[in-house]
Design a protein around this ligand. Structure first.
Ligand code: HEC
Ligand code: HEC
Length: 211
C-alpha cells in the first residue's frame, strides 16, 4: 500500500465512523442543546484557569474556546464519573449538573477559537509533525490524524475534538496519557501506543500552530 492509499483508507474508515455515529445520534441531534448565556454565567469559576476568552492561562491548562459542540460536555461527564482522571478537574465538576455541562459546552463552542503559533525554534519539528498529521505512518500503522480531526485540525462534532491552536504541552501530555493508558479511549489509546515520544512531540507542535 502506498502512503496515499493508506491516507485514503483512513479517510474511508472515518466516513464510515461518522455515518454510523450520525445514524446513532439521529440526524440533527448531534449538537448539544445548551444555553449559551447560562453557560457563560457558570463559567465564572473556570476563568481562573481557562481564561475569560477560553484561552488556558498556562501551557498545561487547555484552551476551550471554539471547541466542537458536544465534546466539552462529554469530557466534563467523564471527569465527574471518573472515566477521565484529573485531580484538578474532579474538584471543578463535582457540583455541575448535566444541564450545567450542556450549557458550558454551548458557551465555549460559541467563543472564537484561539489562533495557534509555533516559534522559529520549533518550526522544523512541527514540519515533521505535519507529515504525520496528514499522512500517518504506514510502516507502523499510525493513521492520519486529519482523518478524524480534520485537515485543518478543526475537529468534527460531537466526538472528534478540535486540536488547532491547542497548547502543545497539553496535547503532548494527553497523547502520552493515552499511550500509557492513564487516559482511556478505545480509539486514541491504540493510536498513541504506536507513536514514539518524538513523534508525539512533533505532532503536538504542529497542531498547536494551526490557526
Ligand atoms: C484550577 C484550574 C482549573 C479550573 C478552575 C478549571 N479547570 Fe478545566 N482543566 C484544568 C486542567 C489542568 C485540565 C487538563 C486536565 C488533564 O490533563 O486531563 C483541564 C481540562 C479541562 C477540560 C478538557 C479539555 C479537553 O480538551 O479535553 C475541560 C472540558 C475543562 N477543563 C472544563 C472546565 C470547566 C467547564 C471549568 C469550570 C466549571 C474548569 N474546567 C475549571 C484546570 C482547571
Ligand atoms: C479514528 C479517529 C481518530 C484518529 C485517526 C485520531 N484521533 Fe485523536 N481523537 C479521536 C477521538 C474520538 C478523541 C476523543 C477522545 C475522548 O473523548 O476522550 C480524540 C482525542 C484526541 C486528543 C485529545 C484532545 C483533547 O482536547 O484532550 C488528542 C491530543 C488527539 N486525539 C490527537 C490525535 C493525533 C495526534 C492523531 C494522529 C496521530 C489522532 N488524534 C488521530 C479520534 C481520532
Amino acid at each position: 500500500m502506498t502512503s496515499k492509499q493508506f491516507a485514503l483508507l483512513s479517510a474511508l474508515k472515518l466516513t464510515l465512523a461518522v455515518t454510523v455515529s450520525l445514524f446513532v445520534t439521529g440526524a440533527g441531534g448531534v449538537a448539544s442543546a445548551g444555553d449559551i448565556e447560562a453557560g457563560k454565567a457558570k463559567s465564572v469559576t473556570c476563568v481562573a484557569c481557562h481564561g475569560a476568552d477560553g484561552k488556558g492561562l498556562t501551557p498545561e491548562w487547555p484552551n476551550l474556546a471554539g471547541q466542537v459542540k458536544g465534546y466539552i460536555a462529554s469530557q466534563l461527564k467523564m471527569f465527574k464519573n471518573g472515566k477521565r482522571n484529573n485531580a484538578i478537574m474532579l474538584g471543578q465538576v463535582a457540583a455541575l449538573t448535566d444541564a450545567d455541562m450542556e450549557n458550558l459546552d454551548a458557551y465555549y463552542a460559541s467563543l472564537p477559537p484561539i489562533a495557534g503559533a509555533v516559534s522559529e525554534n520549533n518550526a522544523s519539528d512541527a514540519k515533521k509533525g505535519a507529515k504525520l498529521y496528514r499522512g500517518g505512518v504506514q510502516d507502523t500503522q499510525i493513521p492520519a490524524c486529519m482523518a478524524c480531526h480534520g485537515p485543518a485540525g478543526t475537529g468534527l462534532m460531537p466526538k472528534y475534538p478540535r486540536l488547532a491552536g491547542q497548547k502543545a504541552k497539553y496535547i503532548e501530555a494527553q497523547l502520552l496519557a493515552f499511550k500509557n493508558g492513564s487516559r482511556a479511549n478505545s480509539v486514541m489509546q491504540p493510536i498513541a501506543f504506536k507513536m514514539s515520544a518524538e513523534q508525539i512531540r512533533q505532532v503536538s507542535l504542529f497542531v498547536s500552530g494551526l490557526k
